[in-house]
Design a protein around this ligand. Sequence first.
Ligand code: GSH
Length: 217
Amino acid sequence: MTITITAFEKSPDGGKGLARDTRVRWALEEVGQPYEVRLVSFRAMKEAAHLALHPFGQIPTYEEGDLALFETGSIVLHIAERYAGLLPDDANARARAITWMFAALSTMEPPILELGSAKLLEGDKAWNKERLPLVEDRVRSRLKQLSASLRDADWLDGAFSAGDLMMVSVLLRLKSSGLLEEFPNLAAYVARGEARPAYKRAFDAQLAVNTGKPRAG
Ligand SMILES: N[C@@H](CCC(=O)N[C@@H](CS)C(=O)NCC(=O)O)C(=O)O
């Protein structure tokens, strides 16, 4: 059955891989499933056809036969449950990997997104100089806890899983902030994720859309 996802026709990040279709592409590459991409403009995302797939008018979406999904947490979990390669067989280890997916999305991502908004959308406000260090500290305190949990392991809980895929995807947003470098084990963890061949294929595919260059190979 053909899998089709949606992605930005032109990503605001110019192809740095921060648009969330990258994590879905990465999951599909990890499990070896081919997929098609329907590119959507900002205007089309708010029109009825796309809103029927995504009530909040965003990307990515995921279609497979009769199934249509939105929210990357749900999409990546679906891929991980349907295809082998992203979740361990052992039931408890599987539950822990899913827990890390939730941790990435509901504990780590919110303060990281808040930092992005504070820099990009509120940089010109008089109060931003006072607020920004507070927002940075909230991110730092989560990174410190995550760093203590990871210690010197390669991945969060044994073998690479959908939990790591989601966590690395979320942490990648901090790359230009300098915060990751304060926690060398986390910087190395993110680099390990980026070095995975499946991530590279996903990254290159979204970059090709944004630079107009066809995918190599
Ligand atoms: N929680 C959603 C967030 C989706 C999201 O924020 N998508 C962004 C692109 S990465 C988007 O479509 N932004 C355009 C908009 O909100 O109008 C998920 O994980 O799928």
